[in-house]
Design a protein around this ligand. Structure first.
Ligand code: ADP
Ligand code: MG
Length: 590
């Protein structure tokens, strides 16, 4: 007789349907709301905002897993309210099902405090303005203790100790400390910016790492968080469509990121991640940004509360719009308006196209381009770029590609033994720079000392990342040192990138860490170099003199992998003689 498969046996074991014990049920529910330390911060900050606080102090130890405290000066709770506040489905924010369709507060599910209390040791202290003395309640792994009187200033403080101490599975799934910290900070920065009228203080391991004034000026809050320079360059967005309103900031087309992480949207005061909103923003920048570059934006949408359904997900990070198209076009038009007001459409001027090649060479290249490419290694024996027929291989000193010219200030046209080549000048130059950089061994990369060191400010998240990678950066031909908590001095940069702004070069590197936090060392270096080459390479739309064009072609031919840029996109398109002949009906189709 055949043996039943093991899995079958397991499922056949008699198992009656039963209601889950309370502690199991509440842990399952808690898992939906509280996934990580940042979710605790989110829920508690939202509660403080709902309580009308004008000051919120957030204090964390480590990743927040051992300790989180959030204190506000909001309306507070009475001793009688405390046991209700920590009970599941207890809320002061809605009472009928109808209320769900016009939610004005950030919370409404009455789940957060109960959930946090079921997976940690939580203490809530609170006092209303009208009360003489406050109260305190403790919850340990879901077990609620009786409230006790407690002397406390008006407002509320929630302390969360040893989050997930009783949920080992969840604890295991926490990312490494640095990632959780980044999540926490990210969240705090976003809310501090979204609520400029609230004075936020963020203390990490006893050190104040962020403080906003609560003056109500959002640009000032941006400056406090990201630095003055950054705050100055962001463009205002403000646009109305009847009862829909959007405001905020978006970056000029010269200030971009390599990831979407700094595209932030708030809907009625709530941070939401919605691909449709991102799409609308990108649409507004369409044709203004290079592929793979993203704007930085902080956009705050205000819609009548019955136009948004926020009750889509327990963490409330998703919303549903009643008229998605209207929201989309509001956002897109608002941002487009800001871009058009600040950035004229680039034009190719014809007198530049026709100027004589020799005189302007150095000058043209000096616009974001290393002069090194001009005086390159003419003596080096040339490696043939393409597979050629044997009779050509003796002529290694002769260029295999004959330059025809430049098209649209973006492509080079060249003729080879086997047809026509269209070369993307940006991708080609990226490749050339990349191989030059890689040819110098790490640690011996020629660098150029700046006449004056350049001071660059980062936000605390970026500074943390930069700190961890400083050693590697300094191996790559940079000389960068910390200068205060989140500022850095650049003393030298790789010579190859001498004509790139030192600040831009360093920022490009930091963005790369953000994208991929823990790559292998060698891989990380290659990625960093590729990133910076992309930035330093001549762009499409840049007119090159004939000499520069041939130089680029020549150097591309000398590359080991000339056919793709370091990011894997093609540098050239080949139209073979055969193809041309067929297209012109000289062969085949009779
Ligand atoms: P929700 O925010 O969805 O109502 P919570 O579990 O987060 O659910 O909070 C439960 C209730 O406790 C809230 O409705 C509110 O009345 C009260 N509460 C929570 N935090 C605060 C606070 N910081 N200040 C005043 N009241 C609070
Ligand atoms: Mg809440």
């Amino acid at each position: 007789m055949e043996k039943a498969p093991e899995i079958w046996l397991r499922y056949n074991r008699p198992m009656s349907i039963h209601i889950l014990p309370d502690d199991v049920a509440s842990q399952i529910a808690a898992g939906e709301v509280i996934e990580r330390p940042a979710s605790v911060i989110k829920e508690l900050v939202e509660n403080a905002l709902d309580a009308g606080a004008s000051q919120i102090d957030i204090s964390l130890q480590g990743s927040g897993q051992p300790f989180i405290e959030i204190q506000d000066n909001g309306r507070g709770m009475s001793a009688e309210e405390l046991p209700l506040a920590v009970a599941r489905h207890a809320t002061s924010k809605l009472s009928t099902a109808d209320d769900l369709f016009r939610i004005q507060t950030l919370g409404f599910r009455g789940e957060a405090l109960a959930s946090i209390g079921s997976v940690s040791l939580m203490t809530v202290q609170s006092c209303r303005k009208s009360d003489q003395i406050g109260a305190e309640i403790k919850v340990e792994g879901g077990k609620v203790f009786l409230p006790k009187p407690k002397v406390f200033n008006s407002g509320t403080s929630v302390q969360v100790v040893n989050l997930f101490y009783n949920v080992p599975a969840r604890l295991k799934f926490l990312k490494k400390d640095a990632t959780e910290r980044q999540n926490n900070e990210n969240f705090i920065l976003k809310y501090a910016l979204a609520y400029p009228k609230v004075k936020f203080t963020f203390t990490q391991d006893g050190q104040t790492s962020l403080q906003t004034s609560g003056s109500g000026d959002r640009r000032e809050a941006i400056a406090a968080i990201y630095g003055l320079e950054y705050a100055r360059s962001m463009m205002d967005v403000s646009h109305d469509d009847a009862d829909y309103h959007v405001e905020g900031f978006t970056s000029p087309i010269s200030l971009t990121r390599s990831n979407r992480r700094e595209m932030t949207f708030f809907v009625n005061g709530r941070w939401v991640q919605d691909p449709a909103l991102s799409a609308a923003l990108l649409q507004a920048y369409h044709t203004y940004l290079m592929v793979g570059r993203y704007p930085i934006a902080f956009l705050y949408l205000y819609l009548p509360s019955d136009e948004v359904d926020v009750n889509v997900h327990p963490a409330k990070a998703e919303v549903r719009f009643r008229s998605p198209d209207r929201v989309f076009s509001l956002l897109q038009r608002a941002v487009r308006k800001a871009i058009l007001m600040h950035s004229p459409v680039p034009e190719i001027s014809t007198n530049l196209v026709w100027q004589t090649p020799v005189a302007d060479t150095a000058q043209e290249y000096s616009q974001g381009q290393s002069p090194e490419i001009l005086q390159s290694d003419l003596g080096v024996a040339r490696q043939p770029l393409f597979a050629v027929n044997p009779e050509n291989s003796g002529e290694s000193q002769i260029s295999l590609l004959r330059l025809v010219g430049q098209v649209g200030a973006t492509y080079l046209v060249a003729e080879g033994p086997d047809g026509l080549y269209l070369i993307d000048q940006h991708a080609a130059h990226e490749r050339v720079l990349f191989e030059k950089y890689q040819r110098s061994a790490v640690g011996t990369i020629p660098s150029q000392i700046l006449l004056e060191p350049v001071l660059v400010h980062f936000n605390s998240v970026q500074a943390g990342l930069l700190n961890s990678q400083l050693g590697m950066i300094n191996q790559l031909g940079f000389q960068v040192e910390a200068f205060g908590a989140t500022s850095y001095l650049i003393r030298s940069i790789p010579s190859l990138f001498a004509n790139l702004s030192p600040e831009a070069a360093l920022r490009v590197l930091v963005e790369d860490f953000e994208e991929d936090e823990n790559p292998m060392q060698a891989e990380a270096e290659a990625k960093l170099i590729a990133r910076i080459c992309k930035r330093a390479a001549i762009k499409g739309g840049q007119i090159l003199s004939t000499q520069e064009q041939s130089q680029l072609l020549y150097e591309l031919e000398n590359c080991t992998s000339p056919r793709t840029c370091p990011h894997g996109r093609p540098t050239m398109i080949h139209l073979s003689v055969d193809l041309l002949e067929r297209q012109f009906g000289r062969r085949g189709a009779r």
